[in-house]
Write a protein of this length. Structure first.
Length: 317
């Protein structure tokens, strides 16, 4: 049987209307949405299906919404096909989706956790103080050096000791996302363009994720996760923080806490697929970002996307 990896998207893939088609066509999807609303006591269906977009992109809403749509889509896939992943992986927030599908964490508990996670990440840095930017056409070591150069340069300029910028997502295919204080990220974008980086653009985000400024959120999640019991992984998964494959009884609590203030090592994670003889990848949930990246990292792996009932027909062979 062909070995498959299930991939789960993170923030940035959300859009108004996501999950509606699956909800209307599959009882499995309806059950997941109902379970989420019971756990959160919010009108998640209305948020996903109708928006408004301004509410959907608030981090404390985005995270449970994306998790719910991804898990709903995967439950449909599991019921309508005989697909069984050999491996699962999720980008940032998507790591929680991967853990639900690997049966290490119940969906109702996961959706509550990511709601708190989103709120903690939003509250860690006051709005307007942090920023993120995408550097395109740059290798990871160059991006690391660039961030260090800009941070040190700002520190040498009196009164800028609090300014920091560092890589947040090593996405691969020449794409590195950076995060930090607004002034440092802005300076890094300017310097990157001066040094010949192909493109560097600020991102519309509500907080600077996956950098040291997220340490308060990491501490809060450490406290929240302390009493949580994680089950043994039924499917191996790749952790964001170190790009290592974990199976069975894994240090999930520690990995999820460390993930918050540290970069997502997505390129290294995807490089693990060949070692596991993965031949197919299915991105489950909104968007096509992860399969797009994978095609540029490893052209030998066949990719699919699953977010509508039509997609279900396309993956069934």
């Amino acid at each position: 049987m062909t070995k498959q990896v299930f991939l789960f998207p993170g923030q940035g893939s959300q859009h108004v209307g996501m999950g509606k088609d699956l909800y209307e066509n599959f009882s499995q999807a309806r059950l997941i949405f109902e379970e989420a609303e019971d756990a959160l006591k919010i009108k998640l269906r209305k948020l996903c299906f109708e928006g408004p977009e301004s509410d959907l992109k608030l981090t404390l809403n985005t995270q449970p919404a994306l998790l719910t749509v991804s898990v709903a889509a995967c439950r449909v896939l599991e019921t309508e096909t005989d697909f069984k992943p050999s491996l699962v992986a999720g980008h940032s927030l998507g790591e929680y989706s991967a853990l639900v599908i690997s049966r290490a964490l119940s969906f109702s508990k996961a959706v509550q956790l990511v709601r708190v996670r989103g709120q903690a990440m939003q509250e860690a840095v006051p709005v307007g103080k942090g920023a993120m930017a995408a550097l395109l056409g740059v290798e990871a070591p160059v991006a690391v050096a660039l961030c260090e150069e800009v941070t040190q340069s700002l520190h040498r300029e009196g009164g800028h000791k609090e300014e920091i910028v560092s890589p947040a997502n090593f996405n691969g295919a020449g794409q590195v996302v950076i995060a930090g204080t607004q002034a440092a990220v802005q300076r890094c974008v300017e310097v990157a363009l001066e040094k010949g980086v192909k493109r560097a653009l600020l991102l519309e985000v509500s907080a600077p994720f996956h950098c040291k400024l997220m340490q308060p959120a990491a501490q809060k999640m450490a406290d929240i996760l302390e009493p949580i019991s994680f089950l043994s992984l039924q499917t191996p998964y790749i952790a964001n923080v170190d790009a290592q494959i974990y199976a069975g009884n894994a240090p999930i609590r520690d990995l999820l806490v460390r993930q918050i203030p540290n970069p997502v090592r997505w390129e290294e994670s995807m490089q693990q697929l060949s070692k596991c003889e993965i031949k197919e990848a299915i991105e489950i949930g909104p968007g096509k970002v992860l399969t797009g990246l994978l095609r540029r990292i490893n052209k030998d792996i066949k990719t699919f996307n699953l977010q509508t009932s039509e997609d279900i027909k396309n993956v069934v062979r």
